[in-house]
Design a protein around this ligand. Sequence first.
Ligand code: SF4
Length: 337
Amino acid sequence: MSETTTISVRPEWQLELAKAIRSPAELGTALNLPADWVARHSTARELFPLMVTRHFVNLMQPGDPDDPLLRQVMPHADEFIDAPGFVTDPLAEQTNQQPALLHKYRSRVLVILRGGCAINCRYCFRRHFPYADHHFGRQQRSQLLDYLRSDSSINEVILSGGDPLLATDAQLASLLTDLEQLPQLKRVRIHSRLPVVLPERLTDALARRLHESPLQALLVLHANHPHEVDHKLQKALKRWAGYDITLLNQSVLLKGINDNAEVLAQLNEVLFEARVLPYYLHQLDKVKGASHFAVTDAEALQIAEQLRVLLPGFLVPRLVREVAGEPSKTPLELITD
Ligand code: SF4
């Protein structure tokens, strides 16, 4: 009798993800950081766990506690500051009645496809989000399709999270097949930071599937600093651009990380080399534990003005703030504090 053995091969990005660093002490050792500094800040991991891929760590400067990439992921004692106005649900998303689905804006819905991420960004506006209550399973998928059928004004589905690219290529292809049955839909948009921390996630198989879809495909990256965009990521992005996938980037304006027009100009230059156009520069959402990242509106407007001088218009992102309940993102110059 012959025996058949099934070997399941995990994609490279999943193998890399399994090696992610989750302990401040391990991160400190990998970067040769002062042990007393690491010990002082590591208690903040109890507020939000540490998680960072080795690819992202390799882009950091060893021995520098102020490295702009390290500051985005390393727990910090300032996260214990209880700053006025900084709350657990800054965009009022947690009272949403429909699990895993947010319908904030008229023609598009956002799907919380996966609860986890490949990196935990300390400033994340969803750092307190109850992902366990928003699992996207078979039932939620069926509810999503019913919801879309019931509202013909929706023409775009945004896959978000957490990080939607934690779903496998097969899972994404299967969802795409369902979405393609809805004639009202024009676009599918993927919001993801995963390629920045694991460039191998931009597989050819997924790009090909998106290319073959009658829906127009967009990938909206999230990169904040030029050091995040290395040659490997640029190469992967150019390959995806070759499949007619529109590539955009959004950044969050972060004190001590990218609150500098020269840094942001460099970021948008290196992204454009990889065919990525700027989309939004977000003012920080006032989430509890992240007040030390806040840049004042006056400073933000000044940086935006300097950016307009440094860059051609098509490389200048729109400076916005998301205001809970508003029908669109709000340009910062329209907001008077
Ligand atoms: S990748 Fe995005 S959703 Fe995940 S922690 Fe960072 S900002 Fe938040």
